[in-house]
Write a protein that binds this ligand. Sequence first.
Ligand code: FAD
Ligand code: NAI
Length: 470
Amino acid sequence: MANDSYDLVIIGAGPAGYVAAIRAAQLGMKVAVVEKNATLGGTCLNVGCIPSKALLQSSHLFEETGHDLAAHGIVVPAPALDLIQMMKRKGEVVGATTKGIEFLFKKNKIAWLQGQGRIDAAGKVSVLGMDGVVKDTATARNILIAAGSEVTPLPGVTIDEKKIVSSTGALDLASVPKHLVVIGAGIIGLELGSVWRRLGSDVTVVEFLDRITPGVDDEVTKFLQRTLAKQGLKFKLGAKVTKAEMSGEGVTLTVEPSKGGTAETLEADVVLVAIGRRPYVAGLGLDKVGVKLTERGRIAVDAHFQTSVPGIYAIGDVIDGPMLAHKASEDGIACVETLAGQKGHVNWDLVPSVIYTQPEVAWVGRTEEQLKAAGVAYKIGKYPFTADPRSRANAATEGFVKVLADKTTDRVLGVHIFGAEAGTMIGEAALAVEFAASAEDIGRICHAHPTVNEALKEAALAAWEKPIHL
Ligand code: FAD
Ligand code: NAI
């Protein structure tokens, strides 16, 4: 049994932990990462961001080939689906990405202690094997918890990852379900619902609230729902699933109005439970060492990511803030830079978000609803992609860019994009809000022509004074 000593021991090798490890090593620390999975990269690389985007891309190409090429003068026979190959490609993308992290660990001399990490005291970590027996111990000047999150379970609907699946099972189905019922119209539900709809499933989305995608700008949400419905997704809003029973080959779901009322049943071949994620803190030994949780079960940290126990820090999905990979990584960088005596900081209010449906939804900063609630006087600049020549050339004119700016100062407070390339476009908007740009600033920047980002410039001009091309 090894008992090595480190400057920093990190528990969890997701986007929070592995990025923190690399940055800490760059800053001269001796670093070990405890990760229980057989591969590095956490939820995001193994069963989250990366495999879902691989399937979104493949299913998008499948749909485009089947429906959208004729308008370009490209005539092809109806495409056939080779799901095994599609899944194989997804696996290769994941494999290359997780191997890449292994390479970066070696390059930066980061030790990977494979096993379940448990904190025994400040500065002391045990590494347990699959059998629950301690196989290594490590001492550390500082410990960083980056243990991530897991799917929130739904009482009465037990996940077996075959017929009733979480996102992990939904990324690995062996055949296309005839009827997929998705519980939860959040990001996972809409992305993975879109994948299987494109591949041929009938998809019904059951959502507790009267709207989809809570937290997204209301106007964008309305357009998104209308578009997804046109694509074939069926929505049951204001409804909750109270029971799931196996029935022959499928599942019978009991669905009730959220506010109470008459129950009905829904037959599904596969059910995807996607009602949110919760922090994963099991087995870390937090009680024993006195690390406190917030009311919502996340690890409580101060402005420098330190928990209630000096020398123990936490970042990523286990703490507050949006549960997003890039936020988790920025937490990690800020935390270890602070440990190295620098000044690390992450503004969680300016973390960009993307929903990778088609068209995509992307936003950064505040929504109209948040500005209204805060009593901020704002102005709106909007520009539709129908007016953008590159979008016309791309045959991708659905959607718009909406810039929200302070009525008095013109400072950009939020940008909301519904469009084919929203996820890529939001980078420029994030830069602008982070640097406190005004709408006029964005509008006066020379944008390359013809690019879809000209729509952001025009929306900014519309917020400031007047767009040129509308
Ligand atoms: P995780 O990635 O969950 O990593 C935590 C790691 O800690 C895991 O590897 C776990 O095995 C390990 N661990 C936990 N406890 C222990 C222990 N005691 N000992 C040893 N190891 C331990 N976010 C985006 O920004 N963009 C997306 O497109 C996106 N798509 C997603 C799609 C899906 C289907 C899902 C489920 C999530 C998606 N997310 C996306 C969210 C993103 O995956 C998370 O926000 C991100 O992974 C959080 O990073 P993390 O490092 O905090 O935690
Ligand atoms: P979510 O929080 O995005 O959405 C959950 C939805 O389920 C909400 O609309 C909620 O109202 C609804 N809901 C809750 N309880 C319900 C019930 N009992 N019955 C019916 N509906 C119910 O959570 P989701 O989609 O599970 O994703 C988890 C997190 O993973 C996201 O919040 C995001 O942080 C991350 N993620 C990010 C992605 C991206 O950045 N593109 C992609 C996928 C996940």
